[in-house]
Design a protein around this ligand. Structure first.
Ligand SMILES: O=C(O)c1cc(=O)[nH]c(=O)n1[C@@H]1O[C@H](COP(=O)(O)O)[C@@H](O)[C@H]1O
Length: 272
């Protein structure tokens, strides 16, 4: 999907919500466990009730890999379902990959070609040659960790290196890589006060922003400091939406949570 298409979807739906499909079999409604593929059944229901409120879905691959080959099959069925039924949705494989070049090429093929996601998350620790293989795919996007939502972000990312914080150096350097126009960046919603500084380095890039909902980040603060003229934000909530309830009404409750966020987004878009 092109960035232009994503922007168009954001305006059409008045939403920049990304629903995180982090499915844990111990948390899904019991009545779904009788199906052959409970994870897929859960996802299908969540997707069907939120697709008009969200522009993106982000399965975190850990939640599928944890169930071995069955989990991988559920992931495959989920992405095929979205691509066939809701082709205007921007899909993110949250896999946080990155390795020496030839290995990264294989990771990129797995997620961007075989599974046909629109994007994949990568960790930048191994540098240029570990990220560039992902950037080679036309109309696909590589979402690189910049400043993460967790406490451990302060262990390395904010350390000063030659007078500059490491995360800033990483972002600025990534702009010099081949096909860097295909880069987006992860910035945690729990770090709203950093967005202005980040926007000075990458004013036009899309930012994937996890950390609202269960991690307590503020949507309005993130928008205040992080939004650009194209909106430029995809705000992710996983647990806050998909586990809104665990009974027979889980899908309606998930929709109600997604609707709350979408309505707040609509208000923010109208007032900017
Ligand atoms: O890359 C991510 O998506 C990510 C980066 C980050 O800094 N923090 C973060 O929480 N995430 C992911 O975003 C999702 C957040 O889930 P909830 O906290 O349940 O909304 C999980 O899949 C995390 O792995």
């Amino acid at each position: 999907m092109t960035t232009q298409h994503l922007i168009q979807q954001i305006h059409q739906k008045q939403s920049f919500l990304c629903v995180g499909l982090d499915v844990d079999l111990t948390k899904i409604p019991e009545h779904l466990l009788q199906y052959e593929d409970p994870i897929f059944e859960f996802n299908k229901r969540i997707i069907d009730v939120t697709h008009d409120l969200a522009v993106s879905y982000k399965p975190n691959t850990a939640f599928y890999e944890a169930y071995g080959i069955k989990g991988w099959k559920s992931l495959e069925k989920t992405i095929r379902y979205i691509n066939e039924k809701y082709p205007d949705i921007f899909t993110i494989a949250d896999a946080k990959r990155g390795d020496i070049g030839n290995t990264s090429s294989m990771y990129a093929k797995a997620f961007l070609e075989d599974l046909d996601f629109d994007s994949v998350t990568v960790a930048p620790y191994m540098g240029k040659d570990s990220v560039e293989p992902f950037l080679a795919f036309e109309n696909k996007h590589t979402i690189m960790l910049a400043l993460t939502s967790n406490e451990g972000a302060f262990d390395f990312q904010t350390l000063e290196v030659n007078g500059e914080e490491l995360y800033k150096k990483v972002i600025a350097t990534s702009k010099t890589w081949k096909n860097s126009q295909n880069l987006m960046y992860v910035v945690g919603a729990t770090k709203a006060e950093y967005f202005s500084e980040i926007r000075k380095i990458i004013p036009d890039s899309f930012l994937l922003v996890p950390g609202v909902g269960a991690q307590g980040g503020s949507l309005s603060e993130v928008c205040c400091y992080g939004m650009n003229t194209n909106v430029g934000l995809l705000i992710n909530s996983s647990r806050g939406i998909i586990y809104a309830a665990s009974g027979m009404d889980f899908a309606e409750k998930a929709r109600a949570e997604a609707l709350k966020i979408q309505q707040e987004m609509q208000r923010i878009l109208a007032n900017r």
